[in-house]
Design a protein around this ligand. Structure first.
Ligand SMILES: NC(=O)c1ccc[n+]([C@@H]2O[C@H](COP(=O)([O-])OP(=O)(O)OC[C@H]3O[C@@H](n4cnc5c(N)ncnc54)[C@H](O)[C@@H]3O)[C@@H](O)[C@H]2O)c1
Length: 337
């Protein structure tokens, strides 16, 4: 039975990925530090649910604790590592940049060391659409230059991509980096817009609408996202021959078994359409508090998802209105609101 070590299993995406892999018959070991960046009770609840499955075991610990991480990884001896644990969040990186350096740079290095030591068949790690930074050509493609990160969050993820490339090259470690685009869905993160908007509207509090609503996001439903990850596990990058011609659509490195893959819906949704979808799902109107653009934020994201399609035959497709309605149902049920 294939063994997968997932970091960040008490988190939003890690929880959903672990569920899918367990259903598909993998053995999964989760590693998570239960950081208090947001509600730890929600994280514990996600882990409790996973622990009901016999195929799931877990270790609580911080990525930065290298000795603990290496010993956990050696004990489990994974075939595959999916590294999702990170200090996430664009806005918090202005307040507490050090947390990003520690979790994302030092933490990711420790994960890569374990992957090298254990010679895993495939290392897959989360990056973000934020690495496209100040790029304005859309949709964003993996083969575009992405050298203008606007926050320390984006910079640490861009650093992870560079670090991943070096280890893939040096140690022949097949590595795939995902660039996720605004992920949403049930069991979602309390620091992200959908959760905050639904919570505020139900409490009759105003919602903050940045850049006066002139924002676009490529929203990706978490079920679509984890299906993409599941399929990419099997799309193991192979180091190309020295003279091989790499197709223009492929981000495969000429020097390493390494590629970067967008996972997004390939659909640019206007912020105000998103707010209306929430209002319709709740049957309530939001009080709008129009604000200027926040420092470090970008007005739009939009994924070119052709590479994911070419590698896996899969394209995310959940309609935003259906996904928002599903989230609202989960939220009202879970929080009894
Ligand atoms: N959700 C999105 O829209 C989105 C978009 C782009 C990229 N990403 C990336 O996807 C990954 C997963 O994101 P998520 O939305 O599930 O976030 P999340 O915050 O819900 O999950 C991250 C988990 O990692 C754990 N963690 C954080 N720092 C740790 C550390 N130093 N040691 C051990 N555990 C630690 C946290 O306790 C948490 O449970 C992250 O790498 C994030 O940067 C997410």
């Amino acid at each position: 039975m294939t063994k997968v070590l997932i970091t960040g299993t008490a988190g939003f995406i890690g929880y959903h990925l672990a569920r899918v892999l367990l259903t598909d018959g993998f053995r999964v070991h989760g590693f998570d530090g239960m950081t208090d960046y947001y509600d730890v009770a929600l994280k514990r609840r996600r882990h409790q649910m996973l622990l009901q499955n016999d195929g799931f075991t877990a270790t609580e610990g911080m990525l930065e604790d290298n000795a603990a991480f290496q010993s956990m990884a050696a004990d489990f001896a994974p075939d595959i590592i999916v590294h999702l644990a990170a200090q996430a969040g664009v806005r918090y990186s202005l307040e507490n940049p050090r947390a990003y350096i520690e979790s994302n740079v030092v933490g990711t290095f420790n994960v890569m060391e374990a992957a090298r030591e254990l010679k895993v068949k495939h290392l897959l790690m989360a990056s973000t659409s934020s690495v496209y930074g100040a790029n304005t050509d859309m949709p964003f493609a993996e083969t575009d230059k992405a050298d203008t990160p606007l926050t320390i969050y984006a910079a640490t993820k861009k650093a992870n991509e560079a670090m991943g490339h070096s280890y893939a090259h040096l140690w022949d470690l097949p590595t795939t980096m995902f660039r996720f685009f605004t992920v949403y869905g049930p069991w979602g993160r309390p620091d992200l817009a959908l959760f905050k908007f639904v919570d505020a509207i139900l409490d009759d509090r105003p919602i903050d609408i940045y850049n006066h609503g002139n924002m676009y996001r490529d929203f990706t439903h978490v079920d679509d996202l984890v299906r993409g990850i599941r399929l990419l596990i099997d799309a193991v990058p192979v180091r190309p021959e020295p003279d091989a011609e790499i197709p223009a659509w492929d981000s495969l490195s000429p020097a390493a078994p390494f590629r970067v893959v967008n996972i997004g819906n390939s659909d640019k949704v206007r912020l105000m359409d998103f707010v209306e979808a929430i209002e319709d799902a709740l049957g309530m109107k939001a009080k709008r508090n129009y604000m200027d653009m926040q420092m470090g934020d970008v007005p739009a994201t939009w994924a070119n998802a052709d590479l994911l399609m070419n590698l896996t035959g899969y394209k995310p497709q959940t309609d935003i209105r259906d996904g928002v309605a599903e989230f609202v149902t989960w939220f009202r049920d879970y929080y009894n609101k």
